[in-house]
Design a protein around this ligand. Structure first.
Ligand code: 5FX
Length: 536
């Protein structure tokens, strides 16, 4: 096998909240190089914590754009110092933390197209941004702008039908609206607005890179069915916004060759292609190689569900984005705040702080828990917006407590049944070929995965998603090389490592949960909707 330095490859980048990461993937879909620059540790002069600045109001959260630029300088220098052979890079793509926005000052495009290979990027781009502290996804200071936007388009459900989500504080349109309202001069001096993903792509392109459909779906501005900017949303947020955004493009677009800056300074081949960058979650979906009917569940501090949808049903919970790998389909994201911290609390209270006791309780109780059902929200839940612990007896009476073993199963079954109900509320359907891809801390507990397989009636696989956004970006770069050939993404990446089977549904599981789910659905998803055309 050729030495790592000599292998033809694609690069996958991730401009995430805390770091910039890169992986190199060869034609056998094997990761053979990875590197990262950690903002807090490697660029301490910017004074971030977790890559961000939380402002005095506790609501505004920003990151310095020049920190991101300098991080790219640093990581490229690290790669060069390690002997990485840039001349073998066929294409590159990447991801950025979703919803964040970058404001290029009038005249910046001339600097971007005329970069001097003798200088680092951050020295040349110092004066190119009209806003130096960019709003990021952790910001929640735009509730007023959210209400204004929903009012302008006919309400929360109308906005969800149009853009895939009701108004969320972190979504970019509301952030732009706040900047226009509170800093009109900076807004007037802004010639281009990028997402973090398209900003990063612009650095490699040496010109403004368009926003892709998938990450653009996280702005409350893109009409996700027709994949055009929603004029009513643009008008409600800020004037002349469409010209500052530029037209969106399909996520699999080859947006151009890499800038000569990288050819001359680092030795990239002149023909190295830049494939549109996208959001970190869409890139992760690509990295996990989700296919139609599959679900990916990240069981972490909060639990996150990634769904592949053909016929989405926009709702007041969750987010529907254009798919990053199939222009005809969609993906959905559902976040559940009460994840591992809730599981750890019940473990401490009902299993003597022991996971093995916790697992023993799951093994010693029956599927369906004898009709005892529970919802456990010690912090205010996002999906649905509820708080507190709610336990119901088989007679559907609320009760104050369960025996310890019953409590443990009620927690896990309740968490997974709620996920299935809300997923189906967005239009998801379990198919015969459905795979559940589990990742995150709790995915190491086989007994928890067994409950997951039983509730969904589908096999559960475990995957390592440590670099899923980067790896997904490298996969998308390979897919970009096949642009115009009609070869599907799944075919391009078929050599990638397969997930490991961890649990299959127990006999009779479908019947048990088919009996329980409808009653739960009325509790936790009260407004049944029809298809997109019926509910929007
Ligand atoms: O806000 C989010 C998704 O809607 C987060 O997952 C960010 O993408 C993290 F960067």
């Amino acid at each position: 096998m050729a030495e790592p330095a000599a292998r033809l490859c694609c690069l996958g980048w991730d401009f995430s909240t805390q770091q910039v990461k890169v992986v190199a993937v060869d034609a056998a879909m094997k990761v053979f190089y990875e590197d990262s620059v950690h903002f807090d540790r490697d660029l301490p002069e910017f004074g971030t914590q977790g890559g961000v600045h939380v402002h005095q109001d506790g609501l505004t959260v920003t990151s310095p754009v020049l920190m991101w630029v300098q991080a790219l300088d640093l990581i490229l220098e690290k790669m060069r110092a390690s002997g990485f052979d840039f001349s073998r890079v066929l294409a590159l793509s990447g991801a950025g933390q979703q919803h964040g926005s970058v404001y290029w000052k009038a005249g910046a495009s001339r600097v971007l197209t005329g970069l001097s290979p003798g200088l680092p990027l951050h020295e040349q781009l110092q004066a190119c941004f009209s806003i130096r502290d960019c709003p990021v996804w952790m910001d929640s200071s735009t509730i007023a702008q959210c209400r204004q936007l929903e009012a302008a388009v006919g309400g929360a459900q109308a906005l969800s039908c149009l853009t895939g989500s009701r108004a969320y504080e972190r979504f970019t349109g509301n952030q732009i609206s706040k900047i226009y309202q509170q800093n009109p001069e900076a807004y007037a001096h802004t010639e281009r607005i990028s997402l973090v993903s398209s900003f990063a792509a612009s650095l490699f392109l040496g010109s403004y890179c368009p926003i892709d459909y998938s990450d653009g779906s996280g702005m409350n501005l893109l009409q996700i069915q027709d994949k055009v900017w929603a004029q009513a949303c643009l008008g409600a947020c800020a004037p002349h916004l469409e010209e500052k955004l530029g037209p969106p493009v399909p996520s699999c677009s080859v947006v151009g060759p890499v800038s000569p800056y990288y050819v001359q300074r680092y030795g990239f081949p002149p023909g190295c292609k830049v494939v549109a960058f996208t959001g970190d979650n869409p890139a992760s979906l690509a990295g996990m190689r989700l296919e139609e009917g599959d679900i990916a569940i990240s069981l972490g501090t909060s639990d996150t569900l990634f769904l592949w949808l053909q016929e989405p049903m926009p709702a007041l919970e969750g987010h529907i984005f254009c798919s990053p790998v199939d222009p005809q389909h969609y993906m959905a994201l559902l976040c559940f705040k009460n994840g591992s911290l809730m599981r750890e609390k019940i473990r401490d209270e009902s299993a003597s702080c022991s996971w093995s006791e916790f697992s023993k309780a799951l093994r010693s109780t029956e599927m369906g828990n004898g009709g005892n059902v529970g919802f456990y929200f010690d912090v205010k839940e996002i999906t649905p917006e509820m708080i507190g612990r709610h336990r119901f007896s088989p007679e559907n009476r609320e009760v104050p407590a369960f025996p310890k073993d019953v409590e443990i199963r009620a927690l896990i079954e309740g968490q997974f049944m709620a996920k299935r109900i809300h997923a189906e509320g967005l239009g998801y359907r379990v198919l015969p070929k459905t795979k559940i891809l589990a990742t995150g801390g709790a995915s190491h507990n086989r007994d928890i995965l067994q409950v997951l397989a039983d509730v969904f009636g589908a096999p559960v696989y475990v995957i390592d998603t440590a670099n899923s956004a980067c790896v997904g970006s490298a996969y998308r770069a390979f897919h970009g090389l096949a642009a115009g050939t009609g070869v599907p993404f799944s075919e391009v990446v078929k050599l990638a490592p397969s997930p490991r089977l961890a649990a299959t549904p127990s006999p009779g599981a479908s019947q048990v949960y088919a009996a329980l789910l409808p009653s739960l659905s009325r509790e936790s998803c009260p407004s049944p909707r029809g298809s997109w055309s019926e509910s929007c």
